[in-house]
Design a binder for this molecule. Sequence first.
Ligand SMILES: [Zn+2]
Length: 86
Amino acid sequence: MQELNRIRRLQDECPSARTIEELLLRAHKFPKVFREFELHMLMCTRCGEIVKRIRLFYEILEREMSEQPSPKIVQFAKTLEADVQS
Ligand SMILES: [Zn+2]
């Protein structure tokens, strides 16, 4: 079973930054795997640091996405669109 393999792997070694991001994004889908990672993270400063950096990245991304784009950028995008259609 794939989930069991993932849990076993987490007990043996640190996951890559990419795997950590996947674990965080799919926590609702694989709660047991996520729980195992949480336990690992509590004792592993490396993985704890990676989680902090991922969280910071998504906070910045969310802020950027919620702000209105500047009129200059909107105008530039319209120019590009016109070029593509002509
Ligand atoms: Zn670790």
